[in-house]
Ligand binder design. Structure first.
Ligand code: ZN
Length: 97
């Protein structure tokens, strides 16, 4: 539950810090990075607190993350890419603790 909260609040903070003029719109786009968790639906069991998402679910693999990094260079989808990378970062922290 706390996990989902982080996935919503951290993009909000970044949006507010760096995109102050239209932070609500940016927040929405970044929070869309949480959609990457849809790949959990294909996993059995769907949610396992002891499992590390990174490298397990297909939207959380290193090639996928490399793709998100490439998206940073496309201005139109940059915010979405930041959202996805923030998401991966948060999931990665989850794996460490
Ligand atoms: Zn995730």
């Amino acid at each position: 539950m706390l996990h989902i909260l982080y996935h919503v609040l951290v993009p909000g903070l970044i949006a507010w810090l760096f995109y102050r003029s239209n932070w609500k719109r940016v927040w929405l786009l970044m929070a869309a990075g949480i959609l990457a968790d849809l790949d959990h639906l294909f996993a059995v069991p769907m949610y396992d607190p002891g499992r590390c998402s990174i490298g397990f679910h297909f939207l959380h693999t290193y090639p996928a993350i490399a793709l998100y990094a490439l998206l940073l260079f496309i201005p139109k989808v940059r915010v979405l890419a930041i959202g996805l990378l923030v998401h991966m970062g948060l999931d990665y922290i989850d794996c460490l603790v």
